[in-house]
Design a binder for this molecule. Sequence first.
Ligand code: FAD
Ligand code: NAD
Length: 483
Amino acid sequence: MKENYDLVVIGGGPGGYEAAIRGAQLGMSVACIEKRTYKGEPALGGTCLNVGCIPSKALLDSSHRYEATKHELGEHGISTGDVSIDIPQMIERKEGIVKQLTGGVAALLKGNGVDWLQGWGTLVDGKGADKKVKFTALSDDSESTITAKSVILASGSVPVDIPVAKTDGERIVDSTGALDFTEAPKRLGVIGAGVIGLELGSVWRRLGSEVIIYEALPSFLAAADKDMSKEAAKLFKKQGLDIRVDTKVVKAEVQGDEVVVTSECKGETTEERFDKLIVCVGRRAYAEKLLGEDSGINLTERGLVEVDDQCKTNLDGVYAIGDLVRGPMLAHKAMEEGMMAVERIHGEKAQVNYDTIINVIYTHPEIAWVGLTEQEATEAGFEVKIGSFNLAANGRALAQSEAQGSIKVVADAKTDRLLGMHAICAGAGDIVHQGMIAMEFVSSIEDLQLMTFAHPTVSEAVHEAALSADGRAIHAIQRKRRK
Ligand code: FAD
Ligand code: NAD
């Protein structure tokens, strides 16, 4: 460890570690301070690699393979005999993937000459040209002060707690606990039908749990396009997820080896008993030990670090990124902000386009979107035109037994400009990248219509959705007058 660096990054999650690597690529001397441990060992990669994106996707993949093997191979003429799942083995695989990736990040930092300081970082004073950062080592709690020309705050987020359902790490858990069940709970309760509730609820349902998801809001997946959330609700119901909207949990209590959950819906009270309860009602910015009393950093009312569009705080040379600041709590948003902040520090004009940040819910089928929903576009004053295409008429989707879902495009009727793309289908998260690229290049619906999409691919449904916006889809009967 040196005493002076060009750049100190506090937090080694996807935002922080990518910023640190980019800083080193640009010739800066860089330290990345990270206090996290994973299964007792210091670990980089933040929420995303340790207890977020990656472990959840590992379990989604295992549970999907199990369910597909059990229920979907018969129609192909494949018989397997009895199918069973060894859940401890599934968890071990997930842990292996986490360790491989977090170890990979450590190797990347080392290879790029970034010092990984294992412990807590606190911005003591960010006002002068030389910023003061206190480092408290994980190993022995020893404290030292380092100085830096620039600092990036990237301390991420933690799950929100609710007083009516206090987690105990055993029966009532947060998303981290739900990644480590050693068996599928017979009955699983989930509070919050958001991204985590749907993803982790799906994992355990596929493995045999009876799942009830409580959602306080009256509408399901309120942030998604309404056509998509309606279609998703139908698909999840068919899969056996019992999603109860407009239902508030008022009490959750451990009684013996059960959790008793009391909920209210339209004045009616219901009680259910579960083996486990997952609380996933959102995440909040995490700033514990991040800022000293004289750091000089402004916070918002919600406890986020205040930043401008370029992630600059109120102090010159101090940036904040990722879940710690405004905007969606997504790993790819944190990564892009990290790179933008470093490039800005280096004097470049980097910018994140917040209008094209993709959302993906990794259920099966996936739900993904980029840009405006039909409702948002209408509210923003656009004269909206939409096109959509059902996967049931897509040859590749049918050939793969993946013909559920649809793709929808939203455009400005006056200029023909693409404003948003929405998909529910296997691989929707990859499909909507086409929309993101098209939007970045300010494409029109006509641009998408004029392109040649390979046959047979699921992407042809994007082409057909664009054609359908003008009544020209070939594999659908179009009521609209053709142009
Ligand atoms: P984090 O990843 O939270 O990293 C911050 C790091 O800073 C932490 O490791 C923390 O230990 C460290 N730290 C905090 N304070 C200090 C300090 N004072 N000193 C030193 N170190 C400190 N997003 C997606 O885009 N796609 C997904 O599929 C997805 N799946 C998810 C699934 C789950 C179950 C969860 C919980 C989240 C998921 N997310 C997903 C969200 C994603 O993980 C976060 O948006 C992302 O990790 C944020 O990155 P970050 O770098 O801002 O913060
Ligand atoms: P979320 O904001 O996606 O969903 C929380 C849900 O809980 C909301 O629908 C909310 O209305 C509901 N809720 C809140 N309080 C409630 C209560 N008392 N009773 C019942 N329902 C209640 O939050 P999350 O699912 O916890 O995920 C946290 C963050 O992690 C999200 O912001 C998301 O961006 C990120 N994440 C992303 C992915 C992904 O990109 N695939 C996956 C997991 C997590």
